[in-house]
Design a protein around this ligand. Structure first.
Ligand code: ADP
Ligand code: MG
Length: 609
């Protein structure tokens, strides 16, 4: 290979696949993808070794899709995965990557699912079958799975299949497949037993191992925070507020869409933030960096590629909002801080299932990453009060206040009020837009949710959240929601889960919050009907989010989320109050939401006062 592969369109993939990737927002192939896809497209067998979370699914799914002949309805690709969950995940990934290939069918088959249903589905035909070894064996024996036309076999998470005792089943399946085929084996580790299988059944495979780079980054203080996706934004803003040496930050996320979304959310919270991604022209990117240098911006939300090589000495913090694919990316990222001899801070957000990546980074950099304690609400309030005092002290010191002294003296005389009460009223006015106290939400503080022990699961708080929320349903909240609705910020969506499925609002909020990472405060009213429900959500949900919510399940029932029809929404308004004025929004209110917009969404903003 000559030049390194930085974009998917440098890979020889069909246009519909590239279009789907653009829509999903993947910007650059991960290392395992860049290394494997060309070999697989060229027809070679692959023996791939890379940790979980490095993008192995797309590494085999994209080239496999590229070779699928949609006009034939027999399975051409078989993926073996160790568990039911993984089989479903991989099927969903195929479905997403094939979203622009009409007529494409992928079928997950696993134990525990009704045989009758599976047989019917198999009869209908599928281009790709993803199954657990036991169930695939069953179907081969019953001759309900005809693999004569198979061209590609993938063994996903081979070490896990070995560990779970499936290796004999896997070998049996391998012996029952057409000899003329491509085989790809992926594994996080390469124990001897797997290597043996590979030597026996793979033909002259290309071996790809994504190694962890080593590096020293000693002037940078590295910390991690164990946090679930839904709380990342709150955690980020809290960190930004309380870090003593904060000056500017680069926040890393995985996708272009995420750069736009997160930059917008930070702006909405008063930060001078902008996104930086590969969709933006060179000129725009340079402008963002210039603005970061000249303090017009304090935060840049970037993807790995877009931020490569940035050298802005005032960057005091690098936040790994989404964990990087590998140690090398991590080292590149954190190298954006601690420049020109200054001290730097690197903070890594680790979701519960990503703990192994944290350990891998520690091993490779040979440096422990310390646990970050998220400050409590009270600590944040203390910090704000201290800053406020400081401001007041400075004004007392430096400004000529004689005019104001007269005004206050007049008030004191007229109202017969103590001077410190007047001062308190003024303090109240001064902090109104950025309150000194953190609002009491009735929810558990994220400082408690952000677990210390990386092996402990972060508690799922959504259930408690809803319980705490419901009694607060007061007039103010209803009015506010009505306004949001009229202005098109909220829209009513319909989901195919209702009372007959035994669903409760808590279940629905839980699923939406967990699956799509929508904070529960953005989830409005939920109305349950017999066989469906409606729920208020932001009207500018990205396509990605809508796709996720179509497939998310409550009580085993896919939500199949879509915008409610005007009739459905009208019925709701009659019934429940909010949205009484005006028609429901037909179009998203904030067109510039930028989720689908090419060219990125470039923002500049005056620094916060
Ligand atoms: P693995 O199989 O190695 O554990 P996955 O294939 O499950 O990893 O991918 C992990 C996550 O990374 C998924 O959420 C996936 O959507 C995302 N991802 C994969 N490839 C890319 C890419 N090129 N750019 C951005 N995100 C990606
Ligand atoms: Mg995987």
């Amino acid at each position: 290979m000559t030049a390194p592969i930085e974009r998917f369109d440098q890979l020889d993939l069909q246009a519909p696949i590239l279009a789907a990737l653009a829509e999903i927002g993947y910007e650059t192939p991960s290392p395992i993808q860049a290394a494997c896809i060309p070999h697989l497209l060229a027809g070679h067998d692959i023996l791939g070794e890379a940790q979980t979370g490095t993008g192995k699914t797309a590494a085999f799914a994209l080239p496999a899709l590229d070779r699928v002949d949609i006009s034939k309805r027999n399975p051409q690709v078989l993926v073996l995965a160790p568990t039911r969950e993984l089989a479903i995940q991989v099927s969903e990934a195929f479905q997403r990557y094939a979203s622009k290939m009409p007529g494409f069918h992928v079928l997950p088959i696993y134990g525990g699912q009704s045989m009758v249903v599976q047989l019917r589905q198999l009869q209908r035909g599928a281009h790709v079958v993803v199954g657990t070894p036991g169930r695939v064996m069953d179907h081969i024996e019953r001759k309900s799975l005809n693999l004569d036309g198979l061209s590609t076999l993938v063994l996903d998470e081979a070490d896990e299949m070995l560990r779970m005792g499936f290796i004999d089943d896997v070998e049996w399946i391998l012996q029952h497949l057409p000899a003329e085929r491509q085989t790809a084996l992926f594994s996080a580790t390469m124990p001897d037993a797997i290597r043996r299988v590979a030597h026996r059944y793979l033909r002259d495979p290309k071996e790809v191992k994504i190694k962890a780079a080593t590096a020293t980054v000693s002037t940078i203080r590295q910390r991690f925070l164990q946090i679930a996706g839904a709380h990342k934004l709150d955690a980020l803003t809290r960190i930004l507020e309380v870090e003593d040496d904060f000056d500017a930050a680069i926040v890393f996320v995985r996708t272009k869409t995420a750069t736009v979304e997160l930059a917008e959310k930070l702006e909405a919270r008063g930060y001078a933030a902008a996104c930086l991604n590969g969709d933006m022209t060179q000129q725009l990117r340079e402008r963002v960096i210039e603005q970061l240098k000249n303090k017009t911006l304090d935060i840049v939300v970037a993807t790995d590629v877009a931020a490569r090589g940035i050298d802005v000495p005032r960057v005091s913090h690098v936040i790994n909002f989404d964990i990087p694919y590998d140690t090398e990316a991590y080292v590149h990222r954190i190298g954006r801080t601690g420049r020109a001899g200054r001290a730097g801070n690197a903070i890594l957000f680790v979701a519960p299932r990503e703990t192994h990546l944290l350990r891998q980074i520690e091993r490779a950099t040979r440096q422990p990453i310390e646990l970050l304690k998220l400050p409590s609400r009270e600590a944040v309030a203390d910090k704000r009060v201290a800053a406020f005092r400081q401001q007041v002290a400075e004004v007392l010191e430096s400004e000529d206040l004689s005019f104001f002294v007269d005004v206050i003296a007049g008030m004191e005389a007229q109202h017969d009020t103590e001077i410190h009460e007047i001062a308190a009223a003024l303090a109240f006015l001064a902090q109104k837009d950025r309150p000194l106290q953190m609002p009491e939400t009735g929810r558990p503080d994220i400082a408690q949710l952000a677990g210390g022990k990386p092996d402990a699961r972060t508690p799922r708080d959504t259930r408690e959240t809803r319980q705490a929320r419901e009694p607060r349903e007061n007039r103010g909240e209803i009015l506010e929601r009505r306004r949001d609705y009229a202005e098109g910020r909220l829209a009513r969506y319909r989901i195919d889960v209702g009372r007959e499925h035994m669903a409760s609002p808590k279940d629905i909020v839980g699923a939406i919050a967990n699956e799509a990472g929508i904070e529960s405060r953005f989830i409005g009213q939920i109305n349950l009907f017999e066989d469906y429900s409606t729920v208020e959500l932001p009207s500018d949900l990205s396509n990605d989010t809508i796709q996720i919510l179509r497939r998310a399940r409550v009580r085993q029932q896919p939500l199949n989320l879509r915008l409610a029809s005007p009739e459905e929404a009208a019925r709701e308004r009659g019934r429940s109050g909010p949205g009484g004025r005006g028609a429901p929004p037909k179009k998203p209110f904030r067109k510039e939401g930028g989720f689908d917009r090419p060219g990125g969404d470039f923002k500049s903003r005056k620094p916060k006062p």
